[in-house]
Design a protein around this ligand. Sequence first.
Ligand code: ADP
Ligand code: MG
Length: 252
Amino acid sequence: MSILKLNKVSYGYIDGSRKRTILDELSYTFEKGKFYSILGPSGSGKTTLLREMVMLQEIHSGEIEVLGHKLSSISQSEAMKLRREWGVLFQMGALFSSLNIKDNIALPLVEYSDLSQEMINEIVAFKISIVGLKPSDANLYPSQISGGMKKKAALARALAMDPKLLFLDEPTSGLDPISAREFDALILKLRDLLGLSIIMVSHDLQSIYDTVDMVAILDDKKVVYEGNLDTISDIENEFIQTFFSGVKKKVL
Ligand code: ADP
Ligand code: MG
């Protein structure tokens, strides 16, 4: 079953007097229950595509279908409902600096649910524990915690509404290698625990080898490769050759 479908999605913008196309009739189907990574050179439109998938950016042409809803013709009320069914962790996964960890995680619940404060507190405490933060971290502010803890808190917030679909944009960027590997392990654990489907944009090759089932590689405005990583180095594409050269494969 597909969880998200791209059908001839194009995106461009006007730069002075020239029209620049970033995505040119991209089509791709993401299946339920898998861990996907979207790869591609910097500036190839990965974040743009992710923002279109979560309705943060208008679709210029083509269609994106998420959990059976066509985004180009979705009603306001359907869009509201759909937003509760996915979690998003952006690269600048900004926690609100004026709110402590607990209140940051509670935010979607306060905004989208009519649960009692007591219930919200319980859910937040549970999310704090599943991402591996300590109960005592709940009252700390973003400025008081490490980068790794911030990512965990942002992940807990993305999971606040129990989504089945999780979007991650460069989740390990800015983390030291140890925290990055720890974050990968956490994502894998939560995927199994919560039965998540995951779509991740990443540059972190080790992370990609350690976590994903499938990759979709964007280059020159198109998907130039889709599949698993087993035969990736045989693909004749400059970006792929450069990106995947000399990589440590997953040690099983
Ligand atoms: P990636 O995440 O793959 O690095 P992005 O999706 O962030 O790529 O951006 C693709 C390119 O398009 C970038 O060079 C960005 O600056 C440019 N871009 C996207 N939207 C606009 C816009 N509305 N105006 C100008 N430039 C844009
Ligand atoms: Mg990006």
